[in-house]
Design a protein around this ligand. Structure first.
Ligand SMILES: C[S@@+](CC[C@H](N)C(=O)[O-])C[C@H]1O[C@@H](n2cnc3c(N)ncnc32)[C@H](O)[C@@H]1O
Length: 296
């Protein structure tokens, strides 16, 4: 197996074992309550998404979502009247997204598929949407080429990638979490970080295990980034600057970039009292989510 295929298999295994967002709902996966809690949590924490994705404007459009996860955004497209198709690398996500559509009487088509090799004809979709997915795939250039190929001329891509020049990457991950990692070597340090940050003991112990297993590799900057975005054990996450995002999408006719999301949990002390208006203004420059709007 080539290195790239091996990495893809590790990415698949990670998301198959940890379907995105399940940890935020205390209800049993696949129940109505589970999806309701997930949705409430998502749009409370990432309250910019409905505006940034503009679900309401997709009525009558053929929409493909790449990396649909549990189908929370997919349900908004379908609810707005889009002709929705969701694909994801894992069967776990596809099964849970399909279940969601069944429970809420929504219509959609689902497929387990790899963003880097889509099984759709050229010029098939009006909109391709992908939120928090392509920074986890080994060959992102191939995935962006696939988006271009399956979009009809004039069709739009809306893609969210993690932002390199963000507070979360430059300060939280690269400085604060790195300093905190030193404390995870000892159990009292784990408890201290838990008390200071509110991060669960379970998550911190997973990080401590990774650190103990192979300290040198865990602390390498690429590995540290992967481990400190979507949970310990995540084999791959990358960040992109505005310039790198423009370069990736340079084949498209028109590109616009916007940044959103300043997770208040990462702002010790002031986070809980920060009004949304100020949060938006800071996120406009230092947000963690870099939204790319591109037209074919
Ligand atoms: C962080 S979750 C995001 C899910 C959803 N878009 C959201 O915003 O909640 C990442 C998802 O991308 C999927 N994924 C990763 N690599 C992929 C690939 N090459 N092709 C399709 N899906 C992929 C994973 O299986 C996982 O469901």
């Amino acid at each position: 197996m080539s290195d790239s295929n091996n990495l893809k298999e590790r990415v698949r295994a990670f998301w198959q074992a940890n379907p995105c967002g399940t940890k935020f709902a205390d209800a049993a996966p696949g129940t109505r309550r589970f999806y309701e809690v997930l949705e409430e949590h998502r749009y409370e924490k990432e309250w910019h998404i409905p505006q940034a994705a503009d679900f309401a404007s997709t009525q009558g459009l053929k929409v493909l979502e790449i990396g649909c996860g549990l189908g929370t955004d997919g349900a908004q497209f379908a609810g707005a009247g889009a002709d929705y198709t969701g694909v994801d690398l894992t069967d776990a996500a596809i099964e849970l997204a399909q279940k969601r559509f069944e429970l809420f009487n929504l219509t959609g088509t689902f497929q387990t598929a790899d963003a880097e090799k889509l099984d759709f004809a050229d010029d098939s979709f009006d909109l391709v949407y992908s939120h928090g997915v392509l920074h986890h795939t080994p060959d992102i250039e191939r995935a962006v080429n696939e988006i271009y190929r399956v979009l009809r001329p004039g069709g739009r891509a809306v893609v969210m990638l993690y932002h390199r020049d963000s507070y979360n990457y430059r300060v939280n991950i690269s400085l604060l979490r790195r300093a905190g990692a030193q404390l995870l070597r000892w159990e009292p340090g784990v408890s201290l970080v838990h008390r200071l940050t509110g991060e669960s003991l379970e998550s911190l112990r997973q990080h401590a295990t990774q650190l103990r297993n192979d300290q040198r590799s865990y602390l390498k900057s690429e590995e540290f980034l992967s481990q400190n975005t979507d949970g310990a054990g995540n084999p791959l996450a990358r960040v992109y600057s505005r310039g790198e995002a423009r370069e990736l999408f340079k084949g498209f006719a028109k590109i616009e970039l916007r940044t959103y999301f300043l997770n208040k949990r990462w702002l010790p002390l002031i986070g809980s009292v920060l009004p949304r208006s100020l949060e938006s203004r800071l996120a406009f420059r230092w947000g963690w989510h870099l939204w790319i709007y591109a037209r074919k």
